[in-house]
Design a protein around this ligand. Structure first.
Ligand code: AMP
Length: 307
């Protein structure tokens, strides 16, 4: 059974990505899974090409450094031709109404005078990501569940209309508590692209900066609950284990986060200094993903009357 998930290089990897996604891919993933950097998805809103390229390399290094199996990692655009071809076939399977109904499209496009067409169509590219790799399970947050359901609907429609080729994927939601909140505004989730980085701990932040950000965390009830969530996620212990240290909660949390992130930060720095190794991992991952995709792509093109 193949599981597939991704991270978008729209900013630096933050603590929520680490605890809610990347660390789980490292712990629970198998070498047959696919974990990729979705650089093409980062282009659906205005982007800077040089920053996109550098964030892609950085995120690839962070995934490997966090312990995700190198064989299961790849970069989306290394399959740009295969994905482009399958996206077209799936766009010819999807209706305009289905794409325009996506909640995320409505939310992100509302009130904007200029919206990239790709913001409307990217769920179809996401369907291609999933179907090309024959993924059966797609672990995602609630915000992406609708997109995985679209991928499933397109797979089913294609299979019925032209012939069986795609595995029907299903979304798998993470267990509760996998939503780390912004330290400065715990009503929002921690995000890479937050406007003010004071509430976001980035995986590559140096320890003193991590400590400063945590010391400044708001201490409303939601803020404290979030700090406790982070502590429990980092240490694997129960909140009661810290009952006598609650007065120094922020220092305890800072220590735990710094220790959790230290090996990832150190290994990422090493990998980014050894570009040959990073390029080798990337090329191997691309080759593997491409060869796995070939049969499905060829069959989908042939069944739809192309090639
Ligand atoms: P993104 O690149 O934003 O799509 O996120 C990559 C992964 O990180 C997805 O599986 C998200 O659900 C997860 N993620 C992002 N932010 C958080 C957060 N604050 N808490 C927990 N998980 C998160």
């Amino acid at each position: 059974m193949i599981r597939l998930s991704a991270i978008t290089p729209s900013g630096h990897v933050q603590l929520g990505n680490h605890l809610g996604a990347v660390r789980r891919w490292a712990r629970e993933g198998t070498p047959s899974d696919v974990y990729f950097i979705s650089d093409m998805h980062a282009m659906t809103t205005p982007h800077n090409p040089a920053r996109l390229r550098s964030l892609t390399a950085e995120q690839l290094a962070v995934l490997i450094a966090a312990g995700v199996a190198p064989e299961s990692v790849c970069v989306q655009s290394d399959l740009v031709r295969e994905l482009g071809a399958l996206t077209w076939v799936l766009e010819c399977t999807c209706t305009y109404g289905e794409a325009a109904r996506m909640t995320q499209f409505k939310e992100k496009s509302v009130g904007r005078s200029s919206v990239r067409l790709s913001l409307l169509t990217y769920p179809v590219l996401m369907a291609a990501d999933i179907l090309l790799q024959n993924a059966a399970e797609v672990p995602v947050g609630e915000d992406q569940q609708q997109h995985v359901e679209l991928a499933r609907a397109l797979a089913r429609r294609f299979n019925r209309t032209y012939g069986e080729v795609f595995t029907l994927p299903k979304a798998v939601l993470p267990p509760a508590g996998a939503r780390i909140k912004d330290l400065a505004d715990p009503t929002k989730k921690m995000a890479k692209s937050a406007r003010d980085s004071a509430g976001t701990v980035f995986v590559l932040d140096p320890p003193d900066l991590v400590r400063r950000k945590i010391r400044k965390a708001v201490t409303s009830p939601e803020g404290v609950a979030n700090l406790v969530d982070v502590l429990v996620a980092c240490t694997g212990k129960e909140p009661e284990d810290y009952a006598d240290r609650f007065a120094e909660l922020k220092d305890v949390v800072a220590d735990a986060v710094i220790e959790e992130l230290r090996p990832v930060r150190e290994r990422t720095t090493e990998l980014l200094g050894d570009r040959a190794e990073l390029d080798r991992i990337r090329a191997t991952g691309a080759e593997r993903a491409r060869s796995r995709a070939q049969h499905t792509l060829d069959a989908a093109l042939r069944l739809s009357g192309l090639t």
